[in-house]
Design a protein around this ligand. Structure first.
Ligand code: NDP
Length: 253
């Protein structure tokens, strides 16, 4: 059993790591999807890569969640269920909707993602499974729970519907890249990434604990630099790219 004090120490280190990695990610382009490159070593199929990257968090979170002996009330099962709902889409739906079958991604990206997913699964699973204080039913009426729940579903809707707009750009036999229109693409280049940030911020708000906030912080550290890279890429690729679009936060960045 890990004491709460030791757990908190590791968790602060984990959050500090996200803060350190953020400016590094702003300087490098992570080579998968449109940015794929051969410079990061051997590669495997994109679709398989996505599944391999994301499965560990489901296993690790579930293992620590169910083997821990903390009392689990309905709010805690809701946190768990929503987390799994997101990953059910990411593992069983998203990779099969991608229309980039021949594309590959480096093993090095998968190893880094597995590292992230292992620790994210551990911190949240061990917290909710073993260390978390009990949430009683009245938590379901707390404004943090209600606002967080709304943000989670709004974020999920933005994430999935924006991904779908991108998939539909390759309808029929179309290949390559096009300028996306519709939904929040009117304002930003990566509404799918924006939606994911809203989703995990909502999840953190509704569960109101440091492990879930660490996930929201890591999501921002990963996705803001990626959205900035996508945005620059669009401007280089398309001379007629809409000039008023921001990268990820409407009117801001
Ligand atoms: P992208 O927006 O780059 O790509 C999503 C899909 O749409 C890919 O299949 C891509 O094809 C295709 N696509 C993208 N742009 C175009 C275009 N202009 N024309 C035609 N097809 C296009 O998303 P990411 O790869 O950055 O992320 C994918 C998902 O994973 C998102 O939902 C994101 O939120 C999530 N994610 C979450 C992370 C986290 O830390 N929680 C980290 C990274 C991603 P192709 O593959 O050929 O480029």
């Amino acid at each position: 059993m890990i004491s709460e004090q030791l757990f908190s120490t590791f968790l602060y280190i984990w959050i500090a790591l996200a803060i350190v990695i953020f400016p590094i990610l702003l300087k490098i382009i992570v080579p998968y999807g449109r940015h794929t490159s051969s410079s990061w070593g051997p590669k495997i199929n994109n679709r398989l890569g996505w599944i391999l990257m994301e499965v560990p968090v489901v296993i690790v979170f579930s293992w620590f969640f169910f083997t821990g002996d903390a009392p689990k009330s309905i709010p805690v099962y809701i946190f768990y269920g929503l987390f799994m709902l997101h990953y059910a889409n990411r593992i069983f739906v998203f990779p099969f909707k991608m229309r980039s079958q021949a594309k590959q991604m480096p093993w090095s990206i998968i190893i880094m993602a597995v590292f992230f997913n292992f620790f994210n699964g551990f911190f949240n699973g061990y917290w909710f499974g073993t260390l978390s204080p009990a949430y009683n039913l009245s938590w379901l009426y707390d404004p943090r729970f209600i606002i967080g729940l709304i943000l989670f579903f709004v974020g999920m809707y933005i994430n999935i519907s924006s991904d779908n707009i991108l998939f539909n750009l390759r309808n029929g036999d179309k290949k390559g890249y096009y300028i996306p229109y519709g939904g929040l693409f009117k304002y930003i280049s990566s509404p799918n990434l924006f939606g994911e940030i809203i989703e995990w911020t909502g999840w953190a708000l509704m569960s109101w604990c440091l492990p879930s906030f660490s996930f929201a912080i890591w999501t921002m550290a990963n996705l803001i630099p990626r959205a900035v890279d996508h945005h620059r890429w669009y401007y280089h690729r398309f001379t007629d790219y809409p000039k008023n679009r921001k990268a990820i936060f409407p009117k801001l960045l």
